[in-house]
Design a protein around this ligand. Structure first.
Ligand code: BG6
Length: 469
């Protein structure tokens, strides 16, 4: 079997992580701009980033030489509507039109995320962002503007990137409430409003009869039970339901699952729903599921303090993370961890794709998957990232196995195309297959240098994923 002929091969980025030009041509400030200015003077911020805004033509040429047939990018809401819900910024529309035209002219299908963490600050100041119901209409209007302006050329739309991450990191939406219970509740209120925004964006898109597809982008950490002890198996399932499946369940079934409602109510953090919400959420089944897939985790039942009984999770060192009263995390001795504690588990990708497909039977695309590393530019002018090549090879092989097992796959688009600003570690933690010659404190010339992994991936694409060595 192997990869289908029409399979799309790409690589991914997001607007705030590469564009720079944070206040040029009318763009409004976003939550990610403000967050990056606050983080630290020594970590690169969004002001210049990778200067993709001015160098997109050069970047698209590198994509073409690589043989990419798709490119996952995002649109910055505040470039299109600087204050989030007012005037449309024609210069913002022009930039994305130029970029999309350049991609299409070079045979690269854009896969476009509508909201990838960079939220218009003005909406946080006006009414507190997605925690307010008002945001739903503003989001849907922004999506409509994108569909109207780019929908003739964009065939794949992704609504909200990693909604669960946004929910669990309320600061991404400017929520700095001190009381932890109220902060968590606001996070879940944001979640509910994003669910409705997602559903209405899909309905809006379908009303326009454009010839494309639309779906969510889930962060999909995949969990194994720490042992065959029934309590560990049950806990791993519960955590996965709350971290991953509750979101996909509402997208698919048009209704929040009971297990989510029970759990949030029990913890006193349940979101408010209006009588009309059930109807708003219904009838918006996505066309596909896009996955950001990086790691697997090991979970066992919670063991309080020193009373932990490691006999049940044989040989697995505990990780310094837990969910009090519910779950305990462990490290997996069969997989390697990078310095940021993310593990590499290509077989885990095979397993994850099977699980996601068997649950929803929707076509899948992997739109993020990659290895963060402190890459070094060698004296010979190259970046010898054989560790990344090994990583990609393992992932491609295992995606192929999932396809052989019957999983319908549309695309593979690893993270990232060029080096991006990591969402929390600046430029030091690099993911790209193209090196950007800059440091956190010195943007230098921002020269683009394809890494060794770029050339490996070029062959992989040429052979449609048939990688023998
Ligand atoms: C995903 C995000 O969660 O992970 C990306 O969609 C992010 O924006 C990527 O860059 C890697 O995370 P980090 O924190 O290492 O940049």
């Amino acid at each position: 079997m192997g990869f289908p002929k029409e399979f799309l091969w790409g690589a991914s980025t997001s607007a705030f992580q590469i564009e720079g030009a944070y206040n040029e041509d009318g763009k409004g400030l976003t939550s990610m701009d403000v967050r990056s200015f606050k983080t630290s003077d020594t970590i690169a911020d969004t002001k210049i980033a990778m200067d993709h805004y001015h160098r997109y033509k050069e970047d698209v040429q590198l994509m073409k030489e690589l043989g990419m047939t798709c490119y996952r990018m995002s649109i910055s809401w505040a470039r299109i509507i600087p204050d989030g819900n007012g005037e449309i910024n024609q210069k913002g529309i022009d930039f994305y039109n130029d970029l999309i035209n350049e991609l299409v002219a070079n045979g690269i299908a854009p896969i476009v995320t509508l909201y990838h963490f960079d939220f218009p600050m003005a909406l946080i100041e006006q009414y507190g962002g997605f925690a307010s119901r008002q945001c739903i209409d503003d989001f849907v209007r922004y999506c409509r503007v994108c569909f109207e302006n780019f929908g003739d050329r964009v065939k794949y739309w992704l609504t909200i990137n990693e909604q669960m991450v946004i929910t669990r990191m309320p600061l991404f939406q400017g929520i700095d409430e001190e009381d932890p219970i109220e902060r968590t509740r606001l996070g879940w209120q944001t979640y509910h409003h994003m669910c409705i925004g997602h559903a209405l964006a899909i309905k809006e898109y379908r009303k326009m009869h454009l010839k494309g597809q639309i779906g969510p982008v889930l962060s999909y950490p995949t969990y194994y039970a720490a042992s065959v002890r029934p309590e560990d198996v049950l806990t791993a399932k519960k955590v996965e339901d709350m971290m991953v499946y509750c979101l996909m369940d509402v997208h698919y079934y048009g209704k929040h699952p009971q297990y989510l409602i029970h759990s949030l109510t029990k913890d006193g953090v349940m979101f408010k729903m209006e009588p009309e919400d059930e109807a708003l959420l219904s009838d918006a089944k996505p066309d596909f599921i896009a996955l950001n897939w990086y790691t697997t985790g090991i979970i066992g039942a919670y063991c309080d303090g020193e009373e932990i009984n490691d006999d049940h999770a044989a040989f697995m060192p505990r990780r310094d993370r837990n969910i009090p009263g519910l779950a305990q995390f462990y490290l997996n001795p069969f997989t390697e961890y990078n310095e940021w504690n993310w593990n590499t588990d290509p077989v885990g990708l095979h397993y994850a794709l099977l699980r996601m497909y068997e649950r929803y039977h929707l076509p899948l695309m992997v739109v993020e998957n990659g290895l963060g590393h402190r890459d070094v530019l060698s004296e010979d002018g190259h970046v010898h990232d054989d560790y990344r090549t090994a990583y990609l090879k393992g992932m491609v092989e295992n995606m192929g196995h999932a396809i052989d097992d019957g999983v319908e796959m549309i695309a593979y688009s690893p993270w990232s195309f060029i080096d991006v600003l990591s969402s929390s570690n600046g430029i030091e933690k690099r993911y790209g297959i193209v090196y950007i010659d800059r440091t956190d404190s010195d943007p230098k010339e921002l020269k683009r240098i394809p890494k060794d992994s770029y050339y490996w991936y070029q062959q992989c694409i040429k052979n449609n994923g048939n990688i023998k060595e």
